[in-house]
Design a protein around this ligand. Structure first.
Ligand code: GLC
Length: 487
């Protein structure tokens, strides 16, 4: 008998995350969550039943979305049971479930600086993910978890929900976007919700009752967001206290570089740019640069290299290294503009330096997406000396816009930027080792020397712009992993 194709069961995948662009975005995790599930749905529509689940952040109520309530259920907890509401909407064609609890409703932001406040949202959310599956009577084959906020779901499957036979075949993947954020400080809420410390003797003591390590221990596969980062975390200090554990369990680790949305990030069509351009015709890029130079009050001169940064202003991103490197190269004719918000001391340092050198340094201390696009398009060099970078997306945005990255050779930066010194024919940027302003200044001098080379520079810009950074590759890698685990 011939099998009717529509009768063949699709693979059921539930993607759980704390944030998802374009609805709720704080960091790069949102970009991944907003792109990977929709890409998989498009490329494997006939084989995949992919859905997403997110906390019902208050921010979602401010967007015009069609949200329906499906019902509510109780989460077991040491104290009075917690009530959770289940809603549904969609994101780029993917069904998106939302979980509401009092703590999620009352939260002032997606991530709080107080670990206990975050725990009150994400520990119950991790359990609500499983309760939602029971409520919907829709049991995924693959549960794709992300970072510490949902890592406990994998642990709960092996402990609190062990006797639920419906769940016995679920395979779990935990993607790690940032290892140092491990959810430490959730212990009180975890106890209240019935969790107890893991008896995985390989884990260091502190990790046996911490969300992310528990997720790593309980998941079938752990995927870091670049191969380079997956290798680096096997050594301290990059392993954040887990290097030895990760080495022991190397078999279940993998690393896939994220993609970017190449439709949104396309200089040929980007509506946020005053002038569009392509790799074959960079005239529009030059016009974007002059327009920005003029707006910032800088000298309008295409021979003056324009250095750019779009970033959260935090130590991880090496913002202090940038400022130090600039001070050490004041003899060179660069102009510099930085966009972003973050730590007060870094914001203040930028304001002070811009005040000192208004003719060549500008700090735009806010986050503004349209300005970000314009900086990527106008810039000659994109500075990204991150102390560590699990993947990094902005170096890819920059390359798409012919803005060559000057970055630390770490994690995803090493994986995505081809260094000038390794191959000038294929080079897409400049990489340096070391962590000081001195190290970066040395590399900056080399890069600015090349900027004057009118053959090499446009060649490097074209190399960078023609690289394929789309999601296709990573989405396929995840899809193969889903298939492999489900088999
Ligand atoms: C985190 C990492 C960043 C990565 C992003 C998406 O924000 O710091 O390197 O690109 O997650 O995976």
């Amino acid at each position: 008998m011939r099998k009717d194709l529509s009768q063949i069961e699709k693979q059921k995948i539930l993607f759980a995350t704390a944030e998802a662009a374009p609805y709720v975005k704080v960091g790069g995790l949102a970009d991944v969550a907003g792109a990977l599930p929709p890409t998989l749905l498009r490329t494997h529509a006939s084989e995949a039943d992919i859905r997403m689940i997110l906390p019902f952040h208050p921010k979602l109520r401010t967007i015009a979305l069609d949200i329906r309530k499906l019902g509510s259920f109780k989460l077991k907890s040491g104290q009075a049971p917690l009530e959770a509401g289940l809603y549904i909407t969609s994101l780029d064609g993917v069904p998106l479930y939302l979980i509401e609890t009092d703590a999620i409703n009352e939260a002032s932001s997606v991530y709080e600086s107080d670990a206990a406040l975050d725990a009150a949202k994400y520990v119950p959310f991790s359990l609500a993910i499983l309760e939602a599956c029971l409520f919907l009577d829709w049991i995924p084959d693959i549960l794709h978890l992300n970072d510490w906020h949902t890592a406990l779901t994998a642990h709960a499957l092996k402990t609190l929900y062990k006797s639920h036979l419906q769940f016995k075949d679920i395979k779990t993947i935990l993607s790690i976007h940032n290892l140092p954020y491990n959810g430490y400080g959730s212990q009180v809420v975890m106890s209240e919700m019935g969790f107890s410390p893991s008896n995985d003797q390989d884990l260091p003591l502190w990790a046996r009752f911490t969300p992310l390590p528990l997720g790593i221990s309980s998941s079938d596969k752990v995927v870091f967001v670049s191969r380079g980062y997956a290798d680096e975390v096997l050594q301290e200090p990059m392993g954040s206290g887990l290097a030895e554990y990760l080495q022991m369990h190397k078999d279940k680790l993998d690393g896939f570089v994220n993609g970017i949305d190449t439709k949104v990030w396309d200089p040929a069509t980007d509506p946020k740019l005053p002038f569009n351009f392509t790799a074959d015709n960079l005239q529009g890029k030059a016009k974007n640069k002059s327009a920005l130079q003029e707006e910032l009050g800088f000298r309008v001169d295409e021979r003056v290299p324009l250095l750019t940064v779009v970033s959260r202003l935090v130590r991880q991103k090496g913002i202090d290294i940038v400022l130090d490197a600039l001070r050490k190269t004041l003899d060179l004719p660069w102009q510099f503009v930085i966009l972003g918000t973050g730590d007060t001391d870094l914001e203040d340092a930028i304001r002070a330096m811009a005040g000192e050198f208004p003719e060549r340094i500008a700090g735009i201390i806010k986050y503004d997406d349209a300005i970000a696009h314009r900086l990527y398009a106008a810039g000659d060099l994109y500075l990204m000396p991150s102390l560590y970078e699990p993947c990094g997306l902005s170096q890819m945005f920059a390359m798409r816009y012919g803005n060559l990255p000057l970055a630390r050779a770490t994690g995803g930066l090493r994986d995505t930027v081809i260094d000038f010194s390794s191959s000038s024919a294929e080079a897409t940027g400049f990489l340096f080792e070391g962590t000081t302003g001195e190290d970066m200044a040395y590399c900056l001098r080399i890069a600015l020397e090349q900027f004057k080379n009118q053959d090499l520079w446009p060649q490097m810009q074209q190399n960078a712009m023609r690289k394929n950074f789309s999601w296709d590759h990573a989405a396929e890698a995840y899809w193969n992993l889903y298939r492999q685990l489900a088999a």
